[in-house]
Design a protein around this ligand. Structure first.
Ligand SMILES: CCCCC/C=C/C(=O)SCCNC(=O)CCNC(=O)[C@H](O)C(C)(C)COP(=O)(O)OP(=O)(O)OC[C@H]1O[C@@H](n2cnc3c(N)ncnc32)[C@H](O)[C@@H]1OP(=O)(O)O
Ligand SMILES: NC(=O)C1=CN([C@@H]2O[C@H](COP(=O)(O)OP(=O)(O)OC[C@H]3O[C@@H](n4cnc5c(N)ncnc54)[C@H](OP(=O)(O)O)[C@@H]3O)[C@@H](O)[C@H]2O)C=CC1
Length: 294
């Protein structure tokens, strides 16, 4: 196995875990980690080439993976896909609701279709996946669901459709955690901050040109996160280490959601000792980081 997880190698042996958006970025990384921990991973996304490539990488590494090309916004397709997975694999142990995305735009320029496309991707699609996995498997056998949201704690200016959807997904997480606890189902959320994922490459370069220079002054950790740092938070929630944790949200954001512009990060946050600290902690993550997308 080429993926160096921080978790025990047989943690998910014999288990089936679904990862939506598993063909790229954070989802691809997470699929690698779960497969390296023994899981039979089912990748879900729309683009067949990306799904095939991730499946091939996992199999080449000695893991087990299959995929379904599905738009998670299509209710009938989601229902049918989950039925096929249950027929093929038996119970579903884990669902990572990671598929999603948005486009940068101020609220005043978002069309109804644009709003719907993003809300359906980041809220309704996740709900449909979770509901079908619950009804077709987890209500009988239990399981763990992890919803990927975003740093939307003080609104999400420039991406208001996504912020509204992610806030909704957090509320959904909390409600499902309570309603489904008696089935032995835990539902938690992970809120990434700025992650240097391949997904970021899907934006116009002007987005990075605008955002990256601002980052140093807003992220206490003074760097973007890596895909594997989100994946390990997801893995924690899926694992028995989180067996008494449900309805929780873990921010993986280098502290950015706690920062306030009233007291800007001062130069001491970027002093040489701080830089040395970052160099000291990064290599651990790099060891576990995947080869980047081609
Ligand atoms: C503060 C920064 C924090 C950053 C944190 C987050 C980072 C990430 O999430 S990393 C990257 C994650 N990946 C993506 O975001 C993927 C790229 N995005 C998309 O694919 C789209 O945003 C999508 C999710 C909406 C795609 O959905 P799709 O159904 O394929 O959309 P359509 O092309 O059919 O368009 C529907 C509707 O939306 C309007 N629209 C789409 N893109 C844009 C755009 N860039 N600007 C303005 N409007 C857009 C499109 O025009 C359609 O509306 P109508 O024209 O009114 O029909
Ligand atoms: N990178 C970051 O800084 C942050 C990312 N996030 C969120 O984390 C998640 C993963 O992002 P990241 O890996 O960076 O970006 P990616 O763009 O690489 O990942 C998004 C994945 O979702 C899939 N997807 C999107 N819409 C649908 C759909 N309707 N049906 C099925 N699959 C879909 C895409 O596959 P396909 O196109 O093949 O369908 C793609 O694999 C996303 O929800 C993202 O918004 C949140 C905060 C920060």
């Amino acid at each position: 196995m080429s993926y160096r997880s921080a978790f025990r190698a047989d943690l998910f042996a014999g288990q089936t875990h679904l990862v939506t958006g598993g063909g790229s970025g954070i989802g691809r990384c997470c699929a690698h980690e779960l497969a390296a921990l023994g899981a039979n991973v089912v990748l879900i996304g729309r683009n067949v080439e990306r799904l095939e490539a991730t499946q091939a990488e996992i199999i080449e590494d000695g893991g087990k993976a299959s995929f379904y090309s599905v738009d998670i916004r299509q209710e009938a397709d989601v229902r049918e896909t989950v039925a096929k997975i249950v027929a093929e694999h038996g119970r579903i142990h884990g669902l990572v609701n990671n598929a999603g995305g948005q486009f940068p735009a101020p609220l005043m320029r978002i069309s109804k279709n644009g709003w719907d496309a993003v809300v359906n991707s980041n809220l309704t699609g996740g709900f449909l996946m979770a509901r079908e996995v619950l009804n077709q498997s987890m209500h009988e056998h239990g399981g763990s669901i992890v919803n990927i949201i975003a740093d939307m704690w003080r609104g999400m200016p420039g991406m208001g459709h996504s912020g509204a959807a992610r806030a909704g997904m957090l509320s959904f997480t909390e409600t499902a955690a309570v309603e489904w606890a008696s089935f032995g189902v835990r539902v938690n959320a992970v809120a990434p901050g700025f992650i240097a994922s391949s997904g970021m490459d899907r934006y116009d370069p002007s987005f990075a040109e605008f955002v990256v220079p601002q980052m140093r002054g807003t992220i206490p950790s003074s760097r973007m996160g890596d895909e594997d740092e989100v994946s390990s938070a997801i893995t924690f929630f899926l694992s028995p280490a989180a067996s008494y944790t449900t309805g929780a949200c873990l921010c993986v954001d280098g502290g950015s959601s706690l920062n306030t512009k009233l007291f800007p990060l001062s130069d001491h946050a970027r002093m040489p000792e701080q830089k040395a600290f970052h160099r000291a902690v990064k290599p651990q993550a790099v060891l576990r980081t995947l080869k980047k997308d081609a």
